[in-house]
Design a protein around this ligand. Structure first.
Ligand code: GAR
Length: 198
């Protein structure tokens, strides 16, 4: 059974979908820990499912490195097999990425490498593209630049707003995330080798 920690910043609707999937005894992964960089609304899902959770508040630290070191310490207590960033709206410091790579993945609401960063949906709309998408990637030191594990296109409709487009992307993200975690758990998806320290 693959053990998973999920890190969030927001409503955690994609986390919720993973929790629902993992409630099926036939699903080969279990969420054992949920963390956030703030008092995120999505932490309520941890309570609902009786899963331990923690907050490492971004604002309480002087640097990204100090914040990341505390996040790493929390993760090390539970030692999950996989860390999933599911709407964690912070760039992780390189030391944290190095500690968990390649067993750390991220969902993103765009068809990478197009529209990386914190505003993937807004940026796609502003660019006027006919389609965008959803991606699940391995986290590396860059901004949404790691190896792509799964992705799918989503059309942009003429009257789309950021929220209507994001609402159509999220179900695709959820499906991809649930499938990627399953494939990792079943050994069908290779996350690649551990990167060597520089
Ligand atoms: C998701 O669309 C996720 O891909 C995105 O935040 C949303 C979280 O929604 N993440 C990023 O944009 C990271 N760059 P949720 O809290 O409802 O699951």
């Amino acid at each position: 059974m693959l053990t998973v920690a999920v890190l969030i910043s927001g409503t955690g609707s994609n986390l919720r979908a993973l929790l629902d999937a993992a409630a099926d005894p036939g699903y080969p992964a279990r969420v054992i820990l949920i963390g956030a960089d703030r008092e995120a609304e999505g932490l309520a899902h941890a309570e609902a499912f009786g899963i331990p959770s923690f907050v490492v508040p971004w604002d309480a630290f002087d640097s990204r490195e100090a914040w990341g070191a505390e996040l790493d310490a929390q993760l090390q207590v539970w030692k999950p097999d996989l860390v999933v960033l599911s709407g964690l709206m912070r760039l992780l410091p390189p030391a944290l990425v190095q500690a968990w790579a390649p067993r750390i993945i991220n969902t993103h609401p765009a068809y990478l490498p197009s529209f990386p960063g914190a505003h993937g949906v807004r940026d796609a709309l502003a660019a006027g593209v006919a389609e965008t998408g959803a991606s699940v990637i391995v986290v590396d030191d860059g901004v949404d630049s790691g190896p792509i594990l799964a992705q799918e296109h989503v059309p942009v409709l003429p009257d789309d707003t950021e929220s209507s487009l994001h609402a159509r992307i999220k179900p695709v993200e959820r499906r991809l995330l649930i499938d990627v975690v399953r494939r990792i758990a079943e050994g069908d998806l290779d996350l690649g080798a551990r990167p060597q320290p520089h």
